[in-house]
Design a protein around this ligand. Sequence first.
Ligand SMILES: Cc1cc2nc3c(=O)[nH]c(=O)nc-3n(C[C@H](O)[C@H](O)[C@H](O)COP(=O)(O)OP(=O)(O)OC[C@H]3O[C@@H](n4cnc5c(N)ncnc54)[C@H](O)[C@@H]3O)c2cc1C
Length: 442
Amino acid sequence: MNKEVVQSFQEASSSYGMREAIAEAKRCLRCKTPQCRTGCPIENDIPQWIHELSMGNLGNAMRIINGRSNLPAVCGRVCAHERQCEGHCILGKKEQALHIGKLERFIADFDSQMGLIREAVAPKTRGKVAVIGSGPSGLTAAGDLARMGFMVEIFEMEPVAGGVLMFGIPEYRLPKDVVRREIRRIEELGVVVRCNTTIGKDYTLDDLFDLGFDAIFIGTGTGKPRTLDIPGVELQEVRQAIYLLRLVSLFQAGNVQRQEVPLTQGQRVFVIGCGNTAMDAARTALRMGAASVQVIYHRTMNEMSALRAEYNDALAEGVRFHWQSNIVEICGQDGHVRSLVIEHAGQRREEQADAVIMAVGQMPASRIVSTTRGLEVDGRGYLLTREKPYGMTTRKGVFAGGDVVNHTATVVHAMQNAKKVVEGIAQYVDAIKLLETITGEH
Ligand SMILES: Cc1cc2nc3c(=O)[nH]c(=O)nc-3n(C[C@H](O)[C@H](O)[C@H](O)COP(=O)(O)OP(=O)(O)OC[C@H]3O[C@@H](n4cnc5c(N)ncnc54)[C@H](O)[C@@H]3O)c2cc1C
């Protein structure tokens, strides 16, 4: 692949123009039992909006998408379409499946440029909900609750909202302007976003109830990286992928200097792990000027959790993959990485290396749980929730959703879960308000 392309952080995939989008939408078979919808975790009414698009009714198409999703421009770019909507499209059995993701992206982008629709803001009469975290789960919960007539405030510890959308997934896959646009639309529903506010430090959950919130939604994700217990992990150039991606994102936003990003020109970089985080770290390392990037994965190619499309792009950009291989030691000199010992099929070999990026999974941080009585977690720190009201934790009025409950998943699965929890919150708040009215409490 052209080196200039690999070094660019500009969006890598192309968008449709109007003519192409309508032509593509016209390929839809309008199946009686649309499998694409079944394949979408949030049951986006795909055939309906594709039909509207095929007739040139973009406003109607956007209205239908909005009925299920607060993040269409994001989902259109980063969802696992090959496993979800497009993977279920009947057209795919004989020819190319309909490019549903690209069509969703086209409509959402067109809407933000042209202001196709303006949603009416629902009067906030049903109660007050605090949402902790502004990733896909928190944004979905906030948007849906605001539409249902709840007053919603989001508390986010980072200086800007978006969670992994802002600080994890790199610019070349998901431009930050797109994320900001989606968040602005959620704010237009009346949602207040308070950044630089860490719950568990600046406020406890009890403080939030004292401030008058009727319920709390915890959507804090899995921000704590896992590590490997191998000799040499303490060396200076061994970094966690999520911290590195965050720094690159801050650098691109002009908030940190280039030298603060611990990847230098010409390095031989090794990435451990083969999920989406590993692919993003590998491709980002190339864009930051790495001389070579090699991914080491202990399982086979078919077992990697990265999307096939992400893997293909990484491969095309020059990333090399070593399957069924383990790094058993990172060797250093004066505190710096010098080489690695890699084991494959019982054989060990040593390779020169300058930097190692760990992308071996994440888990929830314990900041909120350790400062709140009555919140129970499983053995790995994930919050325990119940079926009725859906999503309530072991603490009354405190709900949780997204990755902090479901283990690290995907954007759309975090959204799916948050949508269900919103129903639980609405039932709970409506019930306590009714009780207050009956018993005369305020
Ligand atoms: C590098 C990377 C690439 C990925 N690529 C994809 C992809 O291509 N497609 C896909 O579908 N999924 C992808 N995923 C997974 C997806 O991003 C997550 O499943 C999703 O973001 C989870 O959403 P969430 O809202 O539960 O958590 P998050 O997005 O993690 O958001 C949690 C938010 O809570 C905030 N927070 C945490 N603690 C506190 C606190 N105490 N007080 C206040 N705020 C707090 C955090 O700052 C953060 O903003 C990727 C993940 C990573 C890390």
